[in-house]
Every structure is written in structure tokens, then in C-alpha cells.
Ligand binder design. Sequence first.
Ligand code: ADE
Length: 222
Amino acid sequence: MKIDILSLFPHMFDGFLTESIIKRAIDKKSVEITIHNFRDYSLDPHHKVDDYAFGGGDGMVLMPQPIFDCVEALKTEKSKVILLTPQGKTFSQEMAYTLTKEEHLIIICGHYEGFDERIRTLADIELSIGDFVLTGGELASMVITDAIVRLLDGVIKSGSHENDSFNNNLLDYPVYTKPVDFKGMRVPDVLLSGHHENIKNWRYQEQLKRTKERRPDLLEKR
Ligand code: ADE
């Protein structure tokens, strides 16, 4: 998969691209991620990318020209263009799975007070990562990219996302490691029993219990 991210702040991605699982996925060529500073596409002599809103109002608005030119330079018939905005559809695990099937994602990060409404016409989908407002789309693009890339073949051990929270609309079950007794808190006996069927049942019951307590809305979707 190829992911092109359009941002005015490319250095925000330095750690994201050079650490942990995302770095490994890039090294293994499971994904190719490129950050494009759309300021480089500005035709303004001072590389301006924003201006005041017509009709007045505080703050600056991203102009359409640099973003249009950047998207048009990158886009092919196989690209899916995602615009990040708090007004978009809320991103979910299900969408992460759906997006793994795409060959090429172009992700546009907004910034400042907003973007010119005509930029919306470039997007196949508008996504939000939740009902709160960030200073820009950069963190949202990293969240979405991370959630997609970990699902790509070979990025994490096969089968290890089968029990992820939200698969089948259930939260994940509790897990424990050594020591068996930590400050008087013991690992449940069933997990030490070696009885695979009992462990499987216990985990499923814990998933149901946890989801009922914390996210009853998910159970209604089952
Ligand atoms: N840009 C600013 N806030 C955002 C959000 N919640 N999701 C996606 N992009 C954003």
C-alpha cells in the first residue's frame, strides 16, 4: 500500500515514521508513506497557503490552489482521497479494515481555522477521529495510518489482531504475564490451568462482561 500525506508540518511525522511497528512496516515494504508539504505547491511568490475568510471571521483559511495542485500531482485512478476534519464520519476499526483493501491513499491534513469549502470536492471521504477539535489533521492522519498499517499482511504476527477490541463488536479480554502474584493480585487460576477450552470460554465471557459494563452500545450492534 502507498500512503501520501499532505501536511504543512512534515516534521510532526518524524517519530511516527522512524519508530516501532510503522518503521518496521516501511522497512519491510508493506507500506510506503510519503509526507508532502503542500506549501511547496503554492504559486504565490511568498509560498502563502492561507488567507482571510471572505465575509469576515477570525483565523486563516487554507486556500484551494496548493492542495488541488498537490493532490492532482499524486492522484491516479487507483487513489482514494481522504480529507481529515472534525466534520467527517467518525473513523472506526471497521473502516480501518475496509481501507486496507485500497492500493493508494492520499490523506489531506487541514490546519488553522479551516479550509476553503472547494477543497471538499477533492475528497472521496471525509474522516474525523472523534468529537473534539485538534489543531490540525496531522495527529488524526497518524492515528488513521497506524490503525490501517498494523492490519496489513505481515506487519504484526498473523492472527494477533483477531482478538482486537471492536472485532465482532466486543472489547478485548484481560491478559496477564509474570509474576503470578503481584502485590496480592493473582492471575486467574483458569489461565494457569493449561485447559484450552476453559481458557477460551473464560476469555469470551470476560469480553462479554467487559463490553456490557463499558460499551453496552457495541453489544446492541451485535
Ligand atoms: N482536524 C481537527 N480535528 C480533527 C478531528 N477530530 N479529526 C480529524 N481531523 C481533525
